[in-house]
Design a protein around this ligand. Sequence first.
Ligand code: GN1
Ligand code: MG
Length: 345
Amino acid sequence: MQTISDQMIELPIEAFGMSNDVKIKEIVDGLVHRTYLVTDDRIKYILQRVNTYVFKQADQVISNIQKVTAHLQKDHSFTLQVPQLKQSIDGKLSHTGPEGDLWRCFIYIDGSTLDHLDHLEGAKEVASAFGQFSAALSSLSPDSLYYTIRGFHNPKDRLDQFNFALKNGKSDRISVSGEQIDFIKEHQYIADKINNLKLPLKITHNDPKLSNVLFNGNQKPCAIIDLDTVMPGTPLNDFGDLVRSMSASVPEDHANISEVFIKKDIYQALEEGFREGTGETLNLQESANLSLGPAYIIYEQAMRFLTDYLLGDIYYRIQSPEHNLIRSKNQIALLQSFIVRILND
Ligand code: GN1
Ligand code: MG
């Protein structure tokens, strides 16, 4: 065990066969897990404590990752590097600590994430990489994967959670969020539209944002990471989250909403890249309705942040009491811009 002193988190170094002489650095990124870069005699690993509040069935997450990575590794047309789990000394792909804390360890991929990317060619390459990921997994049956988070991008489930928060949330927070609550109610038609399409289930990444892509020294995508939410879904949602995260003018928690808008040229580059990457695996119905993906995902994210705010910040990590409300207002502004600049254009 090694302890990170300021947080008193014990890292199960020995359980993954590393020496007691490792270097540890916390990677503060992502809103869900705790992530550490561990260097053992110049070999690097990514050690993560899985958030079992978010992922209730962590063994199913590990099982999905194992199936998906094995499938991608066999597919020689998939040119990106594939994350690989390191076995524990017990021969397992995860380790449970004394307090039921669940850990897993990836072999480090030599690459880095980018905070922002706003040149068109880069945006196209990222979208194409996620498209290729989707295309490569089109030959793996969606039935072979677990739903690692129930109803993750299911419009009905998200609306149920929102309505639950309206009934059971903190009354002071409900009263200051009237405008946002009304907006969510008035835009439910977006959720209904995508629901009514009855799109076929396919394997999707479900968190395809810029920070889940590793870039090599030439600034080209070299790996897609964060496979926790790879499960059955629709490619429209993957395209949606790409647009949400990459074509926004500012980060998702930027408080000055007058500066929030969709960059149309980036949107177009993402669309081109995603269509190129998915190729023939995108069917006609998906292709014709592609722009509904971002509309829904931005709407859903506005609703998720607001739901969490009303319930008292139980899901997303926050840095200030109003963080989730700021995020929700930001996503609402982004959706308004998307409707004007893309959907109704
Ligand atoms: C969470 O932890 P991270 O940053 O990869 C969330 C995504 C949201 C995102 C918003 C499992 O992702 O769905 O889009 O925050 N992941 C989960 O920043 O809920
Ligand atoms: Mg994630």
